[in-house]
Design a protein around this ligand. Structure first.
Ligand SMILES: Nc1ncnc2c1ncn2[C@@H]1O[C@H](COP(=O)(O)OP(=O)(O)O)[C@@H](O)[C@H]1O
Ligand SMILES: [Mg+2]
Length: 272
């Protein structure tokens, strides 16, 4: 059983203009997971993420980090932010400098890390070269235990998106916890260990990708589509290429493997 990093209880957030962005939301986040928060524009994803490193404070409810309630004095926040790095949705709010090296070194230097260590940590990410990827590199260079990314692939072409996801997989394998938001159901379905579906400030469901996307009525309620891998597989089940008991594939490779197995039976559709 992995230790719990965040324990959020009955979190409500109301912005100054009266908009209620989060409604009585509760969730726990375990260490070492790849977590995707899915939801349409305005669902509350950014608002939730901004609470995780203390940029926003709850209007109501509590947030515990490693068992201790988050405090908002300067010292407590600095300590929280050493553990929890965040890449904002808008890279402009992250990048203060036009110079790549300065951007990447800015974070660690802020935390008082020596220059040599900064460059060593920043180095693997120099090849990431758009505004967004530089913002991501800047946060990764701080080497936080938990990396939060608000729509990391939005507005990027598929080449850069894949590069980012590769880097994230790599650091997760080193024991980090990754929490990202996206409205890309295919990315979330194939990448995540756990998915949180948000809609109108609430969590509609939470769990492993297959379990979450099987709840078609909730996916519809959140105005999301089914992932193509799952939809294709479900069509093949409906057409009786597979039995309904067959495990649902979670990615393209698993789906293709199952389709190849049909050929090896050499008789097409199963009976019944
Ligand atoms: N600074 C703000 N002031 C007032 N309302 C806001 C502010 N930021 C976001 N909202 C509102 O809060 C709700 C949730 O927004 P947000 O967390 O940005 O959702 P998402 O990231 O899922 O698109 C939306 O209704 C949005 O318009
Ligand atoms: Mg957002």
């Amino acid at each position: 059983m992995q230790p719990i990093l965040f324990d959020i209880e009955n979190l409500t957030h109301c912005y100054a203009d009266g908009t209620i962005a989060l409604r009585n939301l509760s969730i726990t986040v375990k260490q070492g997971k790849k977590i995707a928060i899915l939801g349409n524009n305005g669902a509350g994803k950014s608002t939730l993420l901004l609470h995780l490193n203390g940029i926003l404070q709850p209007t109501n409810g509590t947030i515990r980090f490693k068992g201790k309630e988050v405090k908002y004095d300067r010292k407590s926040l600095l300590s929280l932010r050493k553990h929890v790095g965040i890449v904002f949705q808008d890279p402009d709010s992250q990048l203060f400098s036009a110079n790549v090296i300065q951007d990447i070194a800015f974070g660690p230097q802020n935390l008082g890390l020596p220059k040599e260590e900064v460059l060593r940590k920043a180095n693997p990410f120099f090849k990431l070269r758009t505004k967004k990827t530089r913002a991501i590199a800047g946060v990764l260079a701080m080497d936080p235990e938990i990396v939060i990314l608000d729509e990391p692939t939005a507005g990027l072409d598929s080449y850069f998106s894949k590069q980012i996801m590769k880097v994230l997989d790599h650091i997760q394998k080193q024991g980090k916890t990754i929490i990202l938001s996206t409205h890309d159901v295919n990315l979330a379905y194939q990448w995540a260990d756990e998915i949180i579906i948000m809609h109108d400030g609430e969590i509609l469901c939470y769990g492993d990708p297959v379990t979450v996307f099987k709840q078609a009525h909730l996916i519809r309620k959140a105005h999301l589509d089914a992932p193509w891998v799952m939809e294709t597989f479900q069509f093949l089940v409906q057409e009786k290429f597979f039995s309904a008991n067959e495990a649902i594939p979670q990615n393209k490779e698993e789906l293709f493997q199952k389709i190849s197995s049909i050929k090896s039976w050499n008789l097409g559709k199963i009976s019944g």
